[in-house]
Design a protein around this ligand. Sequence first.
Ligand code: GZL
Length: 328
Amino acid sequence: MKRYFNIILSVILILAFASCGKKKIPEGTEKDLFVIGFSQVGSESDWRLANTESMVQTFKNENGYELIVENAKQQQDNQLSAIRNFILEDVDLIIIAPTIEEGWDTVLNEVHDAGIPVIIIDRSVNVWNKDLFLTNIGSDFFEQGSRAISWLEENDDSSPGNRLKILHLQGTLGATAQIQRTKALEDAMKEHPNWTMVSQLYGDFTEAKAYEVMTEYLKKSRDIDVIYSENDNMTFGAMRALDEAGITYGEGGQVKIITFDATKKALQYCLDGKINLCVECNPMHGPYVLDLIEKYRAGEAIPKQVYVEESVFTKDDLTQDFINSRGY
Ligand code: GZL
């Protein structure tokens, strides 16, 4: 009798364990919806909010999809646990916007073993086996940096014999956007002996952190000609610190400002002469991802890397109507 009791208890425990970690797919999800688990970096910037909105507006129930969005608050560990939950939920596909490039091999092998396809958006992952994901949709971040450098070369008004003093505001260290935008600047520094990097400050792609590090830096030195800021929200923080220090910037100011993302707020500052160059980073990934998923589901081949369309803007490229018409 005792033996049967132990067997029944074991079965109950196994069933309890299997169900306790298993997050259920949202109640009411129709059976024929294609369920996508989306692990998003966080909500650190205007760009990120626009990226999430693009995905939510694309993968709606009326389009035949159920999108489960998990916000990782810029922590890779949160992404790893969200992805493991998606495996337990047995979703139809997983989309990852990776915080940083490293640390994905183990969890992507677990997803692969579970037979769930993966799409990487925005930044990239650095894994041994590229077959662990279907495709990477995002930006050519080095090209973005190169566009910024080209503009700076054309607008370097440092007098002969004088140095161009550049302050570099870096985004999340290890994120593809940071790695490649930084590489473009650091490669250019080697080609321009009169360019000097006065400092590299870590702003983590957030306004608050950039304001903090910029405020501290300006207590030590005010001798800056250019700020190369790896996203708009860090730029906004730096502008606040410059205002408080009484340092002018933008058109006719002491400091030229180069910023990445080209969100509406940054474009408005550019039109108003407060920012010199906006390098666009297009967050509207939804339609691109939908097209590739539909091709995948139809059994069509899809490219391993897809770059979204992007541009650069100076004041002369902008009108108020154009800015008002922008989706982000
Ligand atoms: C770029 C994206 C970056 C943005 C930042 O594709 O990864 O992360 O430039 C965001 O605004 O935080």
